[in-house]
Design a protein around this ligand. Structure first.
Ligand SMILES: Nc1ncnc2c1ncn2[C@@H]1O[C@H](COP(=O)(O)OP(=O)(O)OP(=O)(O)O)[C@@H](O)[C@H]1O
Ligand SMILES: [Mg+2]
Length: 585
């Protein structure tokens, strides 16, 4: 399907509105074109009669013209309001489509694209598209109609004078198109610079806590000042160009009037034209000059809208990397046996993050992953809910390949607790209920109790209805984490993934969280990544992962006896870091 056809598709629900909009556009053009004709008709006919005749008929003329302008007014109202409303509706449909597509796209898309960019697609690109959708057809239609109409009427009066006007108009067109192209370059530059300003603001505000803790307001000021100034320069260039453009077109307008007065005057002098017709000429200039400008501006609107629509399609037509395959089964009656068979994975081609991983986890058991930072522990865990797909090998749950089941059923049976907890804007209750939409208050409270956060919530003035602030800024790290644990209690999945859930907390909070995590992992298959070895000592199996390979495995006792990397880490933590040189070998 061509881009054009895809664009037309969005008009489909509003066909009737669109046709009526076009119909109104024709009426407006006809009325505008009619006025000079009426004037010509009256000056050459009725107004040459005697006083009594004029007085007798002028009332009828008034009524007819009044009706004509009432109709025009209604049409104008319709075009401006409903035409725009149609555009806004199309924009809203596109925005919903784009948002849904963003929800479908896989993690890998988000690794490579920034949110500022995605936001601007949702907002400014779509606005350009809707403007084009509404004004495009109407502008082409009305303008062409008016220009062609004007010149036909003018040619009826005098072909030579019309020819002169055509030549001047073409010269003006060429001038405008050249300047317009330059102006467009400044517009594009403008867009880039304002995007720079936006991302500077976004970056600085999202990191405002870091900014303040380093007392780096001055540096942020400088950074912002730079992008702000770049934007100002770009706007200045744009306005200079705009000045030239407008002054230039006025000059050509002047030339047109000059040609009419001088050439028309000569035609009148030689008896080739009457004075009333000359006045009609002047009126038609007013009618066709605006559409000429509209058409020129339209080229810009078209390019902006077209580019926006193409960017929109680029995203809409992306196939998410990870989707259900045809006839995918539901993952039902999950026991929780997990198998990694010869799994290899890389984010980018050529740099392997995991190589030949073989792990078998018995239902209900706890496996702990340990190893140096960047070894691939988080990556390994993110393969189970299919945030990324394996390159080689298979992952099975209860003997069923995870690629053969629906994503929804797979992800419903896995609960993930991450260190970096995301809180949505809303109340504490809403945030816990995210684990099970539609949960009852009793269920939510039960989950909060299990997560050791109920007492804290009850101490708050608004209790469960307390607003948590954007990203949960009003809560401590440990509190956020306990809310995320409550979410998972509510979700009640068969498989649990805990990624460094206990790091970066003081002993007291860690104890709290440890207790609730122990409760949570009871009777569930659990994979836990923790840097504090004391918390994983009781795991059924401990797997050491270094550079994407499993290097040691066994229970705590076995690994200590082996005296390998695990034993070294363990001793380091327990005997105090100062006694050990971390950097040895
Ligand atoms: N989204 C991503 N895109 C590309 N590379 C990534 C991505 N996430 C992680 N990596 C890379 O993959 C490797 C493994 O990262 P991973 O997060 O799995 O390590 P980890 O063992 O969890 O480390 P840590 O203990 O510090 O959390 C690292 O080299 C990292 O740079
Ligand atoms: Mg990690």
């Amino acid at each position: 399907m061509s881009i054009f056809k895809k664009f037309i598709n969005y008009y489909k629900p509003y066909k009737k509105l669109f046709y009526f909009d076009m119909f109104c556009a024709i009426i407006v053009s006809i009325v505008d074109l009619a006025f000079p004709q009426i004037l010509k008709f009256l000056t050459n006919g009725l107004f040459t009669q005697g006083t009594s005749v004029i007085v007798k008929y002028i009332g009828i003329v008034a009524i007819l013209m009044f009706v004509m302008y009432i109709i025009r007014t209604y049409c104008e109202y319709f075009i401006t309001s409903w035409g725009h409303i149609m555009g806004a509706n199309m924009e809203s449909n596109m925005r919903q489509d784009l948002f849904d597509q963003y929800q479908r796209l896989s993690f890998s898309y988000y690794d490579q694209n920034n949110t500022g960019d995605m936001m601007s697609k949702l907002v400014s690109d779509l606005f350009d598209i809707s403007e084009l959708a509404h004004h495009g057809p109407e502008n082409i239609f009305i303008s062409t109609f008016k220009i062609v109409g004007s010149f036909i009427f003018l040619a009826f009066i005098s072909v030579p004078l019309t020819m002169i006007l055509v030549v001047i108009t073409i010269a003006m067109l060429v001038f405008c198109l050249i300047l317009n192209r330059k102006m467009q370059a400044t517009f594009t530059d403008n867009r880039k610079k304002i995007a720079g300003v936006n991302s500077a603001v976004q970056d600085s505000l999202s990191g405002i806590r870091v900014v303040k803790s380093f007392a780096n307001e001055d540096i942020e000021h400088e950074k912002f000042d730079y992008s702000n100034r770049m934007f100002l320069n770009s706007k200045t260039a744009q306005y200079k160009m705009m000045g030239k453009y407008h002054a230039g077109t006025s000059f050509f307008k002047g030339l047109l009037y000059l040609a009419i007065i001088v050439c028309g005057g000569l035609f009148v002098a030689y008896g080739k034209m009457n004075v009333a017709d000359l006045a009609v000429y002047a009126l038609y200039i007013g009618i066709f000059i605006t559409p000429v400008e509209v058409l020129i501006n339209f080229t810009e609107q078209f390019q902006k809208g077209y580019a926006g629509f193409k960017r929109f399609l680029d995203v809409i037509e992306l196939n998410p990397d990870i989707v259900d395959k045809n006839e995918a089964d539901e993952l039902k009656n999950v026991g929780g046996n997990i198998d990694f068979n010869n799994v290899s994975f890389s984010y980018e081609e050529g740099s392997k993050v995991l190589s030949n991983i073989n792990i078998h986890i018995e239902k209900g058991k706890t496996v702990a992953l340990v190893g140096p930072s960047g070894g691939g522990k988080t990556t390994l865990c993110s393969l189970i809910p299919r945030f990324y797909d394996v390159d080689k090998g298979d992952i099975l749950i209860d003997g069923q390949n995870i690629k053969d089941v629906t994503l929804k059923s797979l992800r419903s049976s896995i609960g993930v607790v991450q260190q970096d907890v995301y809180m949505f804007g809303g109340s504490i209750k809403d945030n816990i209920a995210y684990g099970k939409p539609g949960a009852t208050d009793e269920e939510i409270i039960e989950a909060a109790k299990n997560a050791n956060i109920h007492d804290f919530i009850m101490e708050l003035e608004d209790g469960y209805d307390t607003y948590v602030g954007e990203r949960g800024t009003r809560l401590s790290g440990g509190q956020k984490q306990r809310i995320s644990i409550a979410r998972v209690f509510l979700k009640n999945p068969e498989i649990l993934i805990l990624d460094e859930a206990t790091s970066a907390l003081d002993n007291e909070s860690e104890r709290h969280i440890q207790l609730s995590l122990e409760k949570l992992s009871k009777d569930r298959t659990t994979i836990v990544i923790a840097h504090r070895l004391s918390t994983i000592k009781n795991a059924d199996e401990i797997i050491v992962i270094v550079n994407g390979r499993t290097t040691e495995r066994g229970n705590h006792k076995e690994l200590i006896a082996k005296n390998g990397l695990y034993a070294k880490y363990y001793n380091m933590q327990f005997e105090g870091l100062e006694k050990f040189d971390i950097y040895e070998d």
